[in-house]
Each structure stands twice: as C-alpha cells, then as structure tokens.
Design a binder for this molecule. Structure first.
Ligand SMILES: [Zn+2]
Length: 465
C-alpha cells in the first residue's frame, strides 16, 4: 500500500524512481514510455487529460513548447486543451501517468487554421462566392463563413477548364473535386471565418489510379470456388485476398458504404468507382485504395460495436480516397513512386501481410496510416460525414477508446504503436468535436441499427488480432 500521507506527485515520483532503478541498464530496457496525443481536458494546474489517461506533473517535470523558432520553457499550467503533446514518463497506475517531460507542439494554432482540400460536394453558394458576396462553404470538414471582406480567387471557368480528364468545362460547371486553399479563424460557435480562399483545379486522373496499372478484380478461386479479390497486372496475378463468404455481410457493408458517399462523389470527373469488400483478415483495420476499392477486415467487423462506429471508419476511408491522399503523400514526401518489387509472394498466392504487399507498390500508408495531417483531415471529413448522415459522432472517439482498452497491455512494441496511434486519433476526434460542434448534445442521433445487429449475427465469431 502506498503511504497515504504522501501527496500523489511524491508517490508517483517514488514509483518512478524505483522503476527507473529497477530497469536501469537492464536487458528489458527502461519502462519509460512516451504518450503522444492531444490534451482533451484539465484536472488542475498539474494534471492534464488525454482521453481517459491522467498525465500528472510535478515541479520537477520538464515542460516546454515547440514552435517554428525552437523549444521554449513552459509552465505545466500553460498546457491547454487542444495542444498536441509528447509526454515521457512512466505508468503509475491504470490510466495514470507520471510525466518527467512534456513537450507541446505549438505550431498548430488554436485560432488560426489553414490548409488545402478537395471539395467533396457541390458548394451551394458558389455563385455568391464568385461574385464577391457572403456565403457558406463546406470545406475540409469545416463550415466556413465567407464574408464580403474575404480575399478570394474564385474563377469557376478557370478551375474547371484545366480538368485533367480533357473534358471541356461544361456550362454547368461541377466544382465537387476542385481544390480549395484556405486560411481562416475559428469562431466560438465552431464555424470558421474565411480570410482567404482560392479555388483550383481537381487532382489529375492519375491521383485516383492504382500504381503500376494494378487492377483489383473480384473473382472465384478456380480450384476451391471461394470468393477472392485478385490484384492483377495485365494477365499476371500478383496477389490474392480471401473475401468473406457470408453474402449478407458483404451486402450490408457495401450498402452502408454507398449510403455514406457524399452527394456529388459520383457526379464529377473523378475516375473513382467506390467498391466495398469484406476480407478475411483478423487485424482490426480497414484500407482504401486510390481507385476507391475499400477493404474492411473481418477483425474490424468483429470488434466494432455499432453502426455509428463503422460508418465513421468507412467515412474516414472515403475521405482518404476523395482527398487523393496517396498521390499527395507520394508528391510531398517521397517524390516518386517506388518500383514494383513484390517480395516474398509467389505469383497468385494469397497475400500474407497486406501492409508489406502495399509497401511493395509504394502505398504502404493505405494499411499503416498516412502522415498525421492527412489522418486529421480524414478524421475531420469523416466526422462531418457521419454527422450529416444522422449518426452519433461520439462513437468515433469511443471506437479509439475501445482499441486502447483492448491493447491496454503496453509491453510490446506492436501493441504499443497501435495504442499510440489510437490515442492520437481518439484525442484528436474528441478535440475536433468539442471545437467544431460546441453546443451540440447529439440528442436524437442514431448509434445503431437492426441491420448492424443482423450483420453481427451473420458474421458470427471471428478471429481478432
Ligand atoms: Zn486513415
């Protein structure tokens, strides 16, 4: 039993010191861990919250902030809700963490936002915006108020004329899929005030293609007759995935996916065909490929608790596709697509490790996650999408909590990395909901459906990893 006369921070410190002595130089390594996430709440001057985890500090904790000019000392009480922090320290109890060091990322401002996104649907106020008037614009998961004083470059003819598909701009110009660059400030009511908006052309058709002319074809295995998905290059089969046999589950997921596509997703020149497949894979994951093919793992369906959670995961994946994140990532981070070297997979064999398979095509992020800015964008748009479809958006961070609790064992690096990214995702979603919809109680929103429960029953018990 801990000495009850000690204040919590002294007990924490004692445990931390004992722990560090215990593990010093040992082969097992130190049990110091890093937590990475957005501050979702404050308990008092010394304690912050990241979802359900209490992060405690003492006067000896080293707290600093990092901005574009470098690292600066900060006080623990200056750590504010919404900041992205890195906390180094030790677990002293379940959901209780003692931080020796906290670094806050101050490059993301609480008030000013800026970014780029492709419009996911037709903007209603386009003509008003084009003629210098006030109007509303849904962009990048925000509801943006454009005023008379917003600086703008909004030439519809110019933006649509350069569409890469070569189709001439019609008189009924379609702006869904066009690019918008913006800077704005957050308002108290969750909307944002546009300072500047610039309309640009859609992404090139190439952005929505599988690399290396890979084709994804649902078919049957000639020997066993089971349903599979083939990755084909010309006549050559580079890999196969086993599809779940239960037709009713496939149909449910496919129907849900179609219902979640933003209005206008199909009505543009984007060469995307959304297709939804349930693959037999125990990992709790979903992946969307550049061409709109979405893979939902049985492990995910087995874990997920309600339709609202599944709708969010699928809306997040739809956003990755509509925002051409594969292309953006390739352009911004790697410069070029890697050559196709599918290692360790005999022609026509079943794919053992989907992440490795995608990595060989240069799109590992499809399975392993994109860079944080792009994941945040997919989360913002995913939240907006489920809200518009009448779902309870609080189920999105709840799903992250579920994963964190499931992988609460923080002893192995694989589980740890899962926990870490779930913590970032869950805390980001919580913050985004608080900031963007501050007054909404989500009363009357739907969490679950009979169709979802029926799907779970049809799915039966599945292996989850
Ligand atoms: Zn993602």
């Amino acid at each position: 039993m801990p000495n009850r006369k000690w204040p919590a921070w002294r007990r924490a410190l004692a445990v931390a010191m004992a722990a560090s002595l215990l593990f010093e130089g040992g082969a097992a390594g130190s049990n110091k861990v890093k937590l990475h996430g957005y501050i979702t709440g404050r308990v008092d001057d010394k304690v912050i919250l990241i979802l359900d985890d209490r992060i405690e500090t003492t006067p000896a904790s080293h707290v600093s902030g990092q901005d574009s000019s470098g690292e600066h000392p900060m006080k623990a009480e200056e750590l504010a809700v919404g900041m992205l922090v890195d906390a180094e320290g030790v677990w002293v109890d379940r959901h209780k963490f003692f931080a020796e060091k906290i670094t806050a990322d101050l490059r993301e401002s609480d008030k000013k936002i800026h970014g780029t996104a492709y419009l996911q649907e037709e903007p209603e106020d386009s003509s008003k915006i084009g003629t210098g008037q006030a109007g509303q614009l849904k962009v990048d998961g925000y509801l943006m108020e454009v005023s008379g004083s917003t600086k703008r470059e909004w030439n519809v003819t110019k933006a649509t004329a350069t569409a890469s598909t070569g189709t001439p701009a019609s008189s009924q110009a379609q702006l869904a899929a066009c690019h918008v660059k913006y800077s704005a400030t957050r308002r108290k009511d969750g909307k944002v005030d546009a300072e500047q908006i610039d309309l640009g052309p859609p992404a090139s058709a190439d952005a929505y293609k599988m690399p290396h002319d890979m084709e994804i074809v649902p078919t049957k295995d000639p020997q066993t007759g089971i349903n599979i998905l083939e990755f084909r290059q010309g006549k050559k089969v580079q890999g196969r995935l086993k599809l779940l046999a239960e037709k009713s589950v496939q149909e449910y997921v496919s129907h849900l996916g179609d219902s979640l596509l933003p209005a206008g997703a199909e009505g543009t020149s984007r060469p995307i065909e959304f297709r939804f497949f349930v693959v037999e894979d125990p990992e709790i994951n979903a992946a969307s490929l550049p061409d709109g093919t979405m893979l939902i793992n049985t492990g995910l369906l087995g874990t997920i608790q309600n339709e609202s959670q599944l709708a969010f995961v699928m809306s997040h994946e739809i956003a990755h596709v509509l925002q051409a994140h594969y292309k953006r990532e390739v352009d911004e981070t790697r410069g070029q697509r890697v050559g196709l070297i599918i290692a360790g997979i005999a022609a026509g064999a079943f794919i053992g490790d989907l992440g490795l398979f995608m990595a060989s095509m240069g799109i590992a992020s499809v399975v392993n996650g994109h860079q944080r800015e792009l994941e945040n964008q997919a989360d913002r748009l995913g939240l907006q999408n489920v809200i518009e479809h009448g779902y309870d958006p609080r189920e999105a961070p709840n799903f992250s909590r579920l994963i964190i609790n499931r992988y609460g064992d923080r002893t192995t690096s694989k589980l740890w990395s899962n926990h870490d990214s779930s913590l970032i995702r869950g805390s980001f979603l919580t913050i985004q909901l608080q900031r963007t919809y501050p007054d909404n109680t989500w009363e009357g929103t739907k969490k679950n459906t009979k169709a979802f429960e029926q799907m779970k029953e049809d799915l039966g018990p599945v292996k989850i990893m």
